[in-house]
Design a binder for this molecule. Structure first.
Ligand code: GLU
Length: 440
């Protein structure tokens, strides 16, 4: 059975970059009838917060990305300790005592000498006495001893990858304060939870290389890996600093619709065009991991609004009736209101503006040369209630009385009634207008 996982650290809210990872893993599992795990990588007790756990779950629920099971790394520390112990036994784990300052100096020296900044394994040279002396001074951290061979795998997005382990520092798996780091915890979880496909951002490629060796050393089979490209801004600029402003909760507040967002993210960066999907099942059926390329993927938040508008335009009244009722639209007018304005909104927030226009009327916009014409037209407008037929009858009478036709007839009337140059079909809007300010 295919098993995937989405493994955010609850140290912040989800953003569009995380969403790609969540969505890909979710779709792979659903497409194959497999299992999708939400794994909270919360071994960092200081930075992990329940508020973020709740936020992550709320965002996924909003999107309809349903997980089969939640796991928390903080409840599995004994499993990581067991793995660490095994690494010590097979002598692939060693204790180091360099401070961050020491490490930084080493790195700078190496760079000055034109060497790659790879940890020099000085700790392996310590005598037992030196080690004891250092241990009395400060807590040691633990590194995995890489075999300095090439690490190869066939990535489902990047293709064949080969990384020289000698160009990578032995990864720290346990910090001085005893905290297990993600690299080890993830290896143990992915194996024990039966994860078959690890799909994550390409910033994890080097991690994958070291994790493959850790898995091998512990006698575990490596899963299939796929690394999707990272998002950039519309001009190709790094998005990392702006991701905080692209939080899913902010997009929700701005009125982006879940299926519009998912449709966009499920195709962005693939060889397929973005296509608005009307159900999660359609999205899943149309998803193909192999259609994604390795190149950085440009993301423009502005693209989410037109697709949200198209999504909304296609909705039946039932899908939006709650939002409409919440505005105070009377129940007997709700459906007509929706049928009238649904093609003229970008997000649900726009419903409020259209309803305000219907309820309170709009400030008329009347050009000087149209003043007489509008006055004559308003005199011909029958009293409310208006029906779908009123507009046609009224404009027919106005045409007969003024001789105006076409745009010269309709456009000034629209501006006088709505204050706008464009909008819904007037024949449908007129019966909803409870106040017509131009009538005086
Ligand atoms: N917690 C890690 C992250 O958010 C998970 C990476 C992974 O998918 O293995 O980067």
């Amino acid at each position: 059975m295919t098993v995937t996982r989405f493994a955010p650290s609850p140290t912040g809210y989800l953003h569009v970059g995380n969403l790609r990872t969540a969505l890909f893993n979710f779709m792979i599992a659903r497409k194959s009838g497999g299992k999708f795990i939400l794994r909270l990588d919360d071994t960092d007790q200081e930075r992990s917060k329940q508020e973020y756990v709740d936020g992550i779950q709320r965002d996924l629920e909003w999107l309809g990305i349903e997980w089969d099971v939640v796991e928390r790394q903080s409840t599995r520390l004994d499993r990581y300790e067991a793995a660490a112990q095994k690494l010590r036994e097979i002598e692939r784990f060693y204790e180091c005592f360099e401070t961050p300052v020491d490490l930084d100096l080493k790195r700078k020296k190496q760079l000055n000498m034109g060497k790659p900044p790879v940890y020099d394994r000085a700790a392996l040279e310590l005598s037992p006495a030196e080690r004891d002396a250092l241990r009395a001074e400060r807590a040691g951290h633990w590194r995995f001893l890489l075999n300095q061979t090439r690490i190869n795998w066939t990535d489902q997005i990047l293709g064949d990858i080969s990384i020289d382990a000698a160009s990578v520092s032995d990864p720290v798996l346990i910090r001085g304060d005893g905290q297990f780091l993600y690299t080890l915890a993830s290896v143990v979880d992915d194996t024990e939870m039966g994860v078959t496909h690890v799909v994550r951002g390409s910033d994890h490629v080097t991690n994958t290389a070291t994790q493959i060796q850790i898995m091998e050393s512990l006698g575990f089979d490596a899963p299939t890996f796929a690394h999707h490209s990272l998002l950039t801004g519309p001009q190709g600029e790094a998005l990392s600093k702006r991701l905080g402003t692209l939080a899913l909760r902010d997009l929700r507040e701005q009125g982006v619709e879940p299926l519009a967002l998912l449709s966009h993210m499920a195709r962005l960066g693939s060889s397929e065009n973005v296509e608005l999907m009307h159900s999660m099942q359609d999205l899943i059926d149309g998803f193909d991991l192999t259609s994604f390329g390795a190149a950085p993927t440009k993301f423009d938040v502005a693209d989410l609004f037109p697709i949200t508008g198209r999504y909304l335009a296609a909705q039946e009244y039932a899908a939006v009736s709650d939002s409409i009722a919440a505005l105070g639209v009377p129940a007997d007018k709700g459906e007509a209101f929706w049928e009238t304005i649904h093609g003229n909104i970008t997000t649900r927030h726009d419903l409020a503006d259209w309803w305000a226009l219907c309820r309170d009327g709009a400030e008329p916009v009347i050009a000087d040369e149209d003043r007489e014409f509008i006055a004559a037209a308003m005199a011909l407008l029958p009293d409310a209630p208006h029906t779908d037929a009123t507009w046609g009858e009224w404009t027919g009478a106005v045409k007969a009385a003024t001789g105006r036709k076409g745009k010269g007839l309709f456009q000034p009337l629209r501006r006088a009634l709505t204050g706008q140059d464009a909008g819904p079909v007037m024949a449908k809007l007129l019966p909803l207008l409870q106040v017509i300010k131009a009538k005086g």
